[in-house]
Design a protein. Structure first.
Length: 388
C-alpha cells in the first residue's frame, strides 16, 4: 500500500510539472504592410513591458509564443493608437483576424475567453463614442445658428442618455465577469480624453468589487496590487460620501477584509468561502451589541454543522476590552478580527458602517444576500437559506 501511494504521488507531481504554461498567438492581417513589425508587451500598472516583436510575413501572418504562470494582460500593437488588449491564461492557443489599421476590433478572435470579453466591450464602447462624435459634429454645424442654446440643450440631453447607458453596461459587464482581469480594464475606459465611463467617486462600489475579487485571486500580480492600493485611497477619500458597500437588496460580492485575529495572525473574510457567513460589526463597549450576542450564539449552535460561520469584526480601542468581551459573552468558537482603530478603521468605510451592531449575511460564494438581521430575523433567514 505504501509503494502504491508513493507511485500515485510521483505521478501527480509529474503531471503538475508537465502543466502547459505556453501561450501561442497566431494572427492574420488584412491589408498588411509586408516587412512591418508587430509588437507584444505585457501591460503593467504604469508602463508596457516589452515581450517580443515579429515581422509580418506572407499573407499577413504573424505568431507569438510565450509562457505565463497565471492569467495576465498584454498589448498587441502597431502604435500607441492601434492596439488590442489581450487577457490570456496559461496554455491558451489564440487565433486573431483583423485589419491592419484596426487591431482593437478584430473580425476573428478565438481561444481566449478573456480577450473575447474585451473585444465585446470594445465594440459596445465604440458605438457610444461614435454617437457622441456625431453629436459633436452636429454642434459644430450649428455654431452660427441663432438657436444654438436650444441645440446644445438637446445635444446634452441625448449625450447624457448615451453616457448613462454605457455606464450601466460597464457595471453589468463587471458584475457578469467579476474575478476576471478584463474587469480591471473596464474600470478605466473613457469615451473621450478625461471623460471616464466610470467615476471613481460616484461608482466607487464597482472599484471596490473589482479590487475585492481580483486581490483575493492574484494578490502578487503587479497591476492588481496597484489597483488594491488605489482603491484603499479611494475609500479613504470618498468612503464617507459614496457607498462603497453594495446597496440594500443588491446581490454583490462582499469586499474582502484582511485583519489580525486575537493571536495576531491575519484572517481574511475570503478564507470563509464555502460557508454561509454572518459578517458582524460590534464592540465590547457597545450595549446593543452585547445584547445581540446571545442571538448569535444560538444561531451558531443551530447551524454551524450545516456550514454556518461568523466573522466578527470588533471596533474596540484596546485588545484587553475586546478579548474580555469575547470571553464574557462566550463567543470564542467563531472567527474574531480587529485592527483596534475604533471608528477610524478603514473596514467601516469599506462597508459604509456608521453605527453598530451592523451585519451582512453572505452566501457560500461571498455574495451579500441580507443585512442587519437581528434576533428572530437572523434565525428566520438562516432557516430559509439552509432549508433550500
Amino acid at each position: 500500500m505504501k509503494l502504491r501511494s508513493a507511485l500515485v504521488l510521483l505521478a501527480i507531481i509529474a503531471l503538475a510539472g508537465c502543466r502547459n504554461n505556453t501561450v501561442t498567438i497566431s494572427g492574420t492581417l488584412e491589408s498588411p504592410t509586408l516587412g512591418e513589425y508587430i509588437y507584444l508587451d505585457e501591460l503593467m500598472s504604469d508602463r508596457l513591458k516589452p515581450v517580443d516583436s515579429v515581422k509580418i510575413g506572407d499573407g499577413g501572418k504573424y505568431a507569438f509564443s510565450f509562457d505565463t504562470e497565471h492569467p495576465s494582460m498584454y498589448i498587441l500593437r502597431f502604435s500607441q493608437n492601434n492596439f488590442l488588449t489581450l487577457v490570456v491564461s496559461p496554455g491558451e492557443k489564440i487565433s486573431i483576424g483583423s485589419h491592419r489599421d484596426s487591431l482593437n476590433f478584430p473580425s476573428v478572435i478565438r481561444g481566449s475567453a478573456g480577450t473575447e470579453n474585451v473585444v465585446r466591450y470594445n465594440n459596445a464602447l465604440r458605438k457610444t463614442v461614435a454617437v457622441l462624435g456625431g453629436l459633436n459634429e452636429t454642434y459644430m454645424k450649428n455654431i452660427d445658428n441663432p438657436r444654438l442654446p436650444a441645440v446644445i440643450d438637446s445635444l446634452d440631453s441625448v449625450a447624457e442618455g448615451y453616457l448613462t447607458e454605457i455606464n450601466q453596461f460597464t457595471k453589468d459587464y463587471i458584475d457578469s465577469n467579476l474575478g476576471s482581469l478584463e474587469t480591471l480594464i473596464a474600470l478605466y475606459q473613457q469615451v473621450a480624453p478625461a471623460v471616464p465611463v466610470l467615476n471613481a467617486e460616484e461608482d466607487l462600489a464597482w472599484f471596490v468589487k473589482v479590487d475585492s475579487a481580483l486581490f483575493r485571486q492574484y494578490p502578487q500580480y503587479e497591476p492588481v496590487m496597484s489597483l488594491h492600493k488605489q482603491v484603499q485611497l479611494l475609500v479613504e477619500n470618498f468612503g464617507g460620501r459614496a457607498e462603497a458597500g453594495p446597496a440594500p437588496g443588491e446581490r454583490a460580492l462582499a469586499p474582502d477584509i484582511s485583519l489580525p485575529g486575537p493571536e495576531g495572525d491575519t484572517i481574511t473574510l475570503s478564507s470563509t468561502r464555502g460557508s454561509v457567513v454572518l459578517l458582524d460589526f460590534w464592540a465590547a463597549w457597545c450595549g446593543p451589541c452585547r445584547m445581540e450576542n446571545p442571538n448569535l450564539v444560538a444561531a451558531y449552535d443551530k447551524y454551524r454543522r450545516k456550514g454556518f460561520q461568523i466573522y466578527q469584526v470588533s471596533i474596540d480601542k484596546t485588545k484587553e476590552a475586546w478579548l474580555k468581551g469575547i470571553e464574557d459573552d462566550k463567543l470564542g468558537r467563531w472567527i474574531h478580527v480587529s485592527d483596534l482603530q475604533y471608528w477610524n478603521s478603514p473596514v467601516l468605510k469599506l462597508y459604509n458602517v456608521e453605527s453598530i451592531p451592523s451585519n451582512f449575511l453572505l452566501d457560500r460564494e461571498g455574495n451579500i444576500i441580507a443585512r442587519n438581521l437581528r434576533g428572530d430575523a437572523l434565525l428566520t433567514k438562516l432557516a430559509e437559506v439552509f432549508g433550500k
